[in-house]
Design a protein around this ligand. Structure first.
Ligand code: C2E
Ligand code: MG
Ligand code: MG
Ligand code: MG
Length: 275
């Protein structure tokens, strides 16, 4: 079952949970309990430089630990968390965990960027900017190692209200990445108006790469756009060696996907790959 939220988020439920109000209630209860009981778990998925093989960044991906210890996918709870604004306390825990981890990696001499997904509900909250700056300061990491992944819809619908926050973040060295770039049917004009550092090429554009030269038209276009406006490109959903090679040949800056690694706990992160 699929529930569209007022904010365009989607909450999925498994068959046994499916019954309107009850499943929303259950999802809500799980989120509340995760917030109260340290149930937010963060996994990390590496982004690999295809030329050097070095891991230059990781994307932090949230999970909720269930009562029975199982990890619940964000696909199941982000929509309702946005609708109820519980994404704000969830996101705060997430940010603290991810930045603490970043601090530990830096202490160990591993200087990689930490990419954190920020929902429009979080970004537009009046306290967001102060909260993220405080969190960065508290863990003592270089703001240059922090990257916030936002969506095209945030940029499009709220251009004026996000501009000054983004400029303040940028002034401190925090990067802004556009997640799922190209799927939002949006105008590209915001790219000139906002301090964007990274375009994340959606998996939907990477999937068709199967060796036929005509398969790569959309990926090639985004990679070229990124290069011409001087921002990094990151391909997500890289599942095969062939896709990795093709994306490398197109000059995509970083590759992320199951071909290299699934999202893993911090202690299982591999920091170098051979391509
Ligand atoms: P996203 O930001 O676009 O993250 C990429 C998703 O693709 C992740 O799913 C990742 O596990 C998955 N993925 C990566 N490589 C591959 C691959 O090669 N093949 C396939 N099939 N999938 C791949 P995940 O972790 O389930 O997250 C889903 C979405 O939930 C994320 O999409 C993001 O929009 C949202 N999300 C995750 N964590 C957070 C968070 O902390 N805060 C917020 N606001 N949203 C989050
Ligand atoms: Mg993301
Ligand atoms: Mg994405
Ligand atoms: Mg995506």
């Amino acid at each position: 079952a699929k529930h569209e939220s007022a904010l365009g988020g989607v909450c999925f439920f498994s068959e046994e949970m499916e019954s309107g109000f009850t499943s929303r209630r259950l999802c809500f209860t799980r989120i509340k309990s995760a917030i109260a009981n340290q149930g937010v778990v963060v996994l990390y998925q590496p982004q690999i430089n295809p030329v050097s093989g070095d891991v230059e960044a990781v994307e932090a991906l949230m999970r909720l630990r269930d009562d029975d210890g199982q990890l619940v996918s964000p696909v199941q709870f982000i929509g309702l968390a946005e609708e109820t604004r519980l994404i704000i306390p969830l996101g705060e825990q997430m940010i603290r965990i991810a930045l603490d981890q970043l601090g530990r990696w830096c202490d160990d001499g591993l200087h990689i960027r930490m990419c954190i997904n920020i929902s429009p509900v979080q970004f537009l909250d009046a306290h967001f900017l102060a909260a993220i700056l405080k969190a960065i300061e508290a863990c003592g990491v270089d703001p240059k190692l922090v990257e916030l992944e936002v969506t095209e819809s945030l940029m499009m619908k709220h251009l004026d209200s996000v501009r000054s926050d983004m400029q303040k973040l940028r002034a401190l060295g925090v990067s802004i990445s556009i997640d799922d770039f190209g799927t939002g049917f949006s105008s590209l004009s915001y790219l000139r108006e906002l301090p964007v550092d990274v375009l994340k090429i959606d998996k939907a554009f990477v999937d068709p790469l199967r060796g036929d030269p005509s398969d790569d038209v959309l990926v090639r276009t985004v990679a070229t756009l990124a290069k011409s406006i001087g921002v990094l490109s990151v391909a997500e959903g890289v599942e095969t060696e062939e896709q990795a090679r093709h994306l490398k040949d197109l000059g995509v800056s970083l590759l992320q996907g199951y071909h290299f690694s699934r999202p893993v706990p911090a202690d299982q992160l591999n920091t170098r790959y051979s391509l």
